[in-house]
Design a protein around this ligand. Structure first.
Ligand code: ATP
Length: 195
């Protein structure tokens, strides 16, 4: 029997947006994944700024983002662990309770620039194969890990948006209906997030 192909997709998701959904759906289809787990971080060790929205709110927004899509789920494995959230710890913890899984990591190509700063990245990529999708504005020329990078590259049509840009627009109360589904916009407004 072939192993289930599962990918972890980590991020701050502050807020989650259509760029994240687009990346996950295209990689899922192109690499025939059975499941993609969105794994919100409590805090990213390589980002100096802390997330703006509380963890629980980012989880709720993610649930709204993936609603109705088969094979996409939100996983709160990082909820109880003290920050910083290292991917290697998340991967080990995920694998410890499961068998017969072929594990992958979904990443945007901007992550390549900091790859070698990740905790135990060689071990990490032996446990979970990285899959990267293009990110607009990123033209990173990799010099390390060439083979791994070539193997994991997935051609996608990226959407040009970032959470930073969305937070700025929300703060100005600018229209964000092209960036976020209305269910997320409604909740963000209800909870007065990102003001
Ligand atoms: P911020 O602007 O706050 O840094 P972000 O939009 O980059 O946030 P993250 O939560 O940091 O979102 O990203 C999680 C993952 O999603 C990262 O691997 C990132 O490269 C990827 N990603 C984010 N936005 C896009 C996009 N528009 N297209 C492709 N990948 C993306």
């Amino acid at each position: 029997m072939s192993r289930r192909r599962v990918a972890l997709f980590g991020g701050t998701f502050d807020p989650p947006h259509l760029g994240h959904l687009n990346l996950a759906l295209q990689i899922k289809e192109k690499r025939a994944l059975d499941e993609v787990l969105f794994v919100p971080a409590r805090a990213n060790p390589l980002k100096s700024e802390q997330p703006i929205a509380p963890f629980e709110e980012r989880v709720e927004l993610l649930k709204l983002l993936i609603e109705g899509f088969d094979g996409l789920t939100v996983n709160t494995i990082e909820a109880t662990r003290e920050p910083p959230s290292y991917t290697i710890d998340t991967v080990k913890s995920y694998l410890s309770s499961r068998e017969d899984i072929e594990l992958f990591l979904i990443l945007g190509e901007d992550q390549l620039a900091t790859l070698t700063q990740w905790k135990n990245y060689k071990e990490l990529f032996s446990l979970a194969k990285p899959l990267w999708g293009a990110r607009p504005g990123i033209n990173y020329q990799p010099t390390h890990l060439q083979e791994l990078i070539k193997e994991g590259h997935v051609e996608i049509n990226p959407l040009e948006l970032s959470a930073t840009e969305i937070r700025k627009r929300l703060k100005k109360r600018a229209n964000c209906s092209d960036l976020l589904p209305s269910s997320l916009l409604d909740r963000i407004e209800q909870k007065a997030l990102y003001l």
